[in-house]
Ligand binder design. Structure first.
Ligand code: ZN
Ligand code: ZN
Length: 601
């Protein structure tokens, strides 16, 4: 999970790999394996392997991304024919999957079953109803996987260059198919596609050519590669020009709306998030939560005012007073040159707090390695957990921290105020312990390629957000009001992301109103608010995943407390919850209630 300012690669993937619901109500899940089921489970394991391999043949780039290199020299042309082939594959796999009796599957396989089913159903929905391939030209971009192949040392350079030569062959056909597939694109997605494809040129004009002097390829091989690099570069430039012409042919008044509207939004929410709430319910819940957070932040502000700002009159408008207190406190931050060392220093302290408070189990044999981010993974400043892929599960988990070297003094100051003394600690909790790193470590105890690849983004992000509250409730940071105020500001971001996404995509909120809300009610800076607006115009639903997962985990915990009374134990709850891997929270809830002998209502 490389999470840089809230954008994780897992979640980038979940743009692609949306998931649907567990399915039939009342389907029984066995709590233990009987001998007759052993055979069924063995068959299911075989099915998963052959299914995944075939799946990867339809998504060779994604396969390479997760470390499955069998199809690394293939580039799929996004044509009508290939969509038809994909549809056939999805339907066929759905039939094969449903031959398995869910009730005979082990917990691990039952959750895998749910994730595969979600993946197949949502794949069909994306193809036939959402049809993003028509209106989102930024879907078409070949650069990332070429960049990954050249930068990842999984086989010798010469072999990787030969792979690249082969993979380049289809680039012109790829962009020709893209142009043919696009119909009624939105201006926002055209803009993004132009920007990203222009950025892609560097991979073919610089990154790959720069590696050629280290290679031993013969003259013919080199010529072919150079020729294809040039053709690729030309195809991308042509695509950008074509997009620019398309852009100027669309007048702002009759441009297609980037908003997907209520019906598609609810469906996309169902497939991508997999929630017990509807999108509309989650939105209402977020509105109420925002009010509560403001209330709590105002109380803390009143409490802290005399100590920090006693000489000034407190503004009568609560949100203005809160903002002033946050700005004042944010000047307490580390120096820019200590960014990496400070994060390294904090990790064992946070770990010890989690252990001492018996919040959940940890595994000292799989330590988190804090390091400066390798050059090729930089580009965003910040800190993020880089977890091993499903095909290399025993590799180290790194906490990559990019030093703030490239920032101007002003940028560094603004960044450090945002990740001030308190929020930097919350960031470490979210990214690492007991957030993403700890969750992943538990998931790896029952390794599942399916859960790793099709993992539920709302559960993963929701857990990280929930883990912040878990630590705060245990008294992290000495229960200081300053810590609670900053934690609340951070938490508010997830809540407001949910509100913003729904208001823009479903209720038609306009740019200025959105920016005003982010700044006034979310206490965000202009630059952050502008970036969030752009993100909310080109993505849908993903911004709700953080709060949805958080709200569902919390609701489930409270439900168990009510049902179990004195028998409820926080540590057992956390350990058990995480043992299901990256499954959707409603799926975990169903299985856990069954295994603990509790009723569903
Ligand atoms: Zn400063
Ligand atoms: Zn995260």
């Amino acid at each position: 999970m490389r999470v840089t300012k809230n954008i994780s690669i897992v979640l980038m993937l979940s743009f692609v790999c949306a998931c649907a619901s567990l399915g039939e109500k009342g389907s029984q899940v066995a709590s233990s394996e009987s001998p007759t089921n052993a055979e069924l489970n063995q068959k299911f394991d075989q099915f998963k392997d052959s299914f995944l391999d075939e799946f990867w043949s339809y998504a060779p780039g994604w396969a390479t991304y997760v470390g499955y290199y069998k199809y690394d020299d293939q580039l799929r042309i996004p044509s009508k024919d290939s969509r038809q082939a994909e549809r056939t594959f999805l339907l066929k796999s759905l039939v094969e999957l449903q031959r398995f009796q869910l009730s005979g599957l082990s917990t691990n396989n039952a959750t895998d079953y749910a994730l595969i089913k979600n993946q197949l159903e949502s794949g069909l929905w994306y193809l036939d109803e959402f049809r993003e391939y028509q209106w989102n030209p930024s879907q078409y971009n070949v650069a990332n996987i070429f960049g990954l192949i050249i930068n990842t040392d999984y086989k010798p350079l010469d072999e990787r260059l030969r792979t690249i030569t082969k993979r380049l062959e289809n680039v012109p056909a790829y962009y020709a198919a893209a142009k043919e597939s696009i119909n009624n694109p939105t201006l926002q997605h055209i803009g993004l596609a132009i920007q990203q494809n222009q950025g892609a040129l560097a991979v073919f004009d610089e990154l790959i050519p720069n590696k050629l002097q280290q290679s031993q390829l013969n003259a013919d091989e080199l010529n072919l590669l150079k020729n294809r690099l040039q053709l690729a570069s030309q195809s991308i430039s042509d695509y950008v020009e074509w997009l620019k012409r398309t852009q100027s042919s669309i007048s702002a008044d009759n441009a297609p709306d980037f908003r997907i509207g209520k019906d598609l939004y609810e469906k996309k929410f169902k497939y991508d998030i997999v929630s017990n709430y509807s999108a509309e319910e989650l939105y209402s819940k977020a509105i109420a939560e925002k009010e509560q957070l403001h209330q709590r932040m105002y109380e803390i502000t009143q409490q802290l005012w005399p100590e920090y700002l006693g000489g000034e009159k407190m503004p009568s408008e609560p949100l203005v007073a809160i903002k002033q207190m946050i700005d004042h406190l944010s000047t307490r931050h580390i120096e820019r040159e200590n960014f990496v060392t400070e994060i390294r220093r904090q990790m064992p302290i946070i770990q010890k707090f989690m252990d001492d408070n018996k919040l959940l189990d940890s595994d000292p044999t799989r330590p988190l390695v804090v390091r400066e981010a390798p050059e090729y993974q930089r580009g965003f400043a910040g800190a993020s957990v880089d977890a091993p892929g499903p095909y290399d599960a025993t590799a180290n988990t790194y906490y990559n921290v990019t030093p703030l070297d490239d920032f101007t003094p002003e940028q560094a100051e603004s960044y450090l105020r945002e990740y001030n003394h308190w929020i930097l600690q919350v960031l470490n909790i979210h990214e690492a312990i007991p957030g993403h790193y700890t969750q992943l470590m538990h998931a790896n105890k029952s390794p599942s390629k399916i859960k790793s690849v099709f993992g539920n983004g709302a559960m993963i992000e929701g857990w990280a957000v929930y883990s912040e509250l878990m630590m705060m409730e245990a008294g992290y940071g000495n229960n200081e009001p300053e810590m609670w105020l900053m934690y609340s500001k951070w938490n508010l971001r997830a809540v407001i992301n949910t509100i913003l996404d729904y208001q823009i995509q479903v209720l038609g909120m306009q740019q200025q109103a959105a920016i005003d809300m982010l700044i006034r009610e979310g206490f965000q800076e202009q630059a952050e608010a502008d970036g969030k607006w752009r993100r909310a115009t080109v993505s849908q639903v993903q911004l709700t995943s953080y709060y949805n997962g958080y709200a569902e985990i919390l609701a489930f915990r409270e439900e168990l407390k009510a049902k179990m009374g004195d028998k409820f134990d926080l540590r057992s709850f956390h350990n058990k919850f995480l043992s299901y891997g990256n499954s959707p929270v409603p799926v975990i809830r169903k299985l856990m209630l069954a295994q603990w002998g509790l009723s569903e209502d």
